[in-house]
Design a binder for this molecule. Structure first.
Ligand code: ACO
Length: 310
């Protein structure tokens, strides 16, 4: 490897409108206690478009990196909720940011951001200098607000990172693992014009298993163990999924980032939202080893081990 990549900026965007568990309990047969105990979610943010949230998060990430939009070689928009079928939402984001570069959507459901991180790294190894990776979602548009089994889970939001080329010795992406088991797609899907369908218990069971497996692969590939990891940024779907996966991996829950209590499940936005929250909150120091792990519909899973260098 003659060059490497590292994160040089991050940014987030969340809609202003907050919907609490108590709000949902006014129209659904549910309660704050049930939602909190079963999921860890207390409230979620709703509104905006996938495009508008992506632009806000992308602008903030570029601002932190100190790079102009013209310096981007590619924009990868990880989303499972594009604004239109054609064209890719990334096209609108590209022009609004003032960039002139390749731009495309990537759909790997809630694993999309980590898939995108690996694609960005690959582009940089192939010669790109700067890539903007955004996870942006408006799942509220695909949720049946009369279905208590799914309405309580999801929220809207976006998170972005700028990934820039480095000399090989400064490479910060240490290892990765991508996974997908298409046989499980029937447990979580959304057809055109319909709402999200989910077999919650089955997704929960498979999520823990696939999450642990992908983390173990990334760790083995880097020759590291869980004791080398300073912080885990897992996909934010359910606090109990994170807890179960941590137990099996032998990682303390204190070492995880959890933002889902106030964001809900924001699919491919959840990991950059968690990463940004940890960085802004002083939980990351230069040199720390961070394990990112996503899982979602497909069923997909992805993990990446990286050294934090901001
Ligand atoms: N309020 C009150 N009761 C409820 C609610 C609710 N919002 N939702 C379901 N219930 C009821 C059920 O009807 C059931 O009642 P019953 O026992 O009378 O039949 C009972 O609560 C238990 O239901 P379960 O589905 O077994 O509850 P569980 O503990 O599994 O929690 C949950 C459900 C939160 C959905 C959980 O299964 C889960 O988190 N699954 C994983 C979801 C996930 O990770 N999705 C990620 C992918 S997202 C993506 O890729 C876009």
């Amino acid at each position: 490897m003659s060059r490497g990549s590292r994160i040089t900026g991050y940014g987030t965007a969340l809609p202003e409108r907050v919907i609490t568990n108590h709000d949902l309990a006014e129209t659904l047969d549910t309660s704050d206690t049930w939602i909190t105990e079963r999921t860890g979610i207390k409230e979620r943010r709703i509104g905006g478009s996938t495009r508008s949230l992506a632009i806000d998060a992308g602008q903030r990430a570029l601002q932190m990196s100190g790079l102009p939009a013209e310096s981007l070689d590619a924009i990868i928009l990880a989303t499972t909720t594009p604004d239109r079928v054609i064209p890719a939402t990334a096209s609108s984001v590209q022009t609004s940011l003032g960039a002139r570069c390749g731009a495309f959507d990537l759909n790997a459901a809630c694993s999309g951001f980590v898939y995108g991180l690996n694609v960005a790294h690959g582009l940089i190894l192939a010669g790109a200098e700067n890539v903007l990776l955004i996870g942006s979602e408006t799942l509220s548009r695909f949720v049946d607000w009369e279905d208590r089994a799914t309405a309580v889970l999801f929220g809207d939001g976006a998170g972005a990172v700028v990934i820039s080329a480095t000399p090989a010795e400064d490479n910060a992406l240490l290892s990765w693992a991508l996974d997908c088991n298409g046989e499980l797609e029937k447990s979580l899907y959304c057809d055109f014009g319909r709402f999200i369908y989910m077999e919650g218990r089955e997704v929960f069971r498979q999520a823990v298993r696939i999450m642990v497996a992908t983390c173990e692969r990334a760790l083995a590939s880097a020759g590291l163990g869980t004791t080398d990891v300073n912080l885990v940024v897992p996909h934010q779907a359910n606090a109990r999924i994170i807890q179960s996966a941590c137990e099996r991996l032998g990682i303390s829950e204190d070492q995880t980032v959890q933002v889902l209590s106030w964001t809900g499940n924001t699919s491919s936005a959840s990991i950059p939202l968690g990463l940004a929250d940890a960085a802004a909150g002083g939980r990351l120091r230069a040199g720390d080893i961070v394990l990112l792990v996503g899982f979602g519909a497909g069923m997909t899973a992805a993990s990446a081990l990286m050294r934090w260098e901001l």
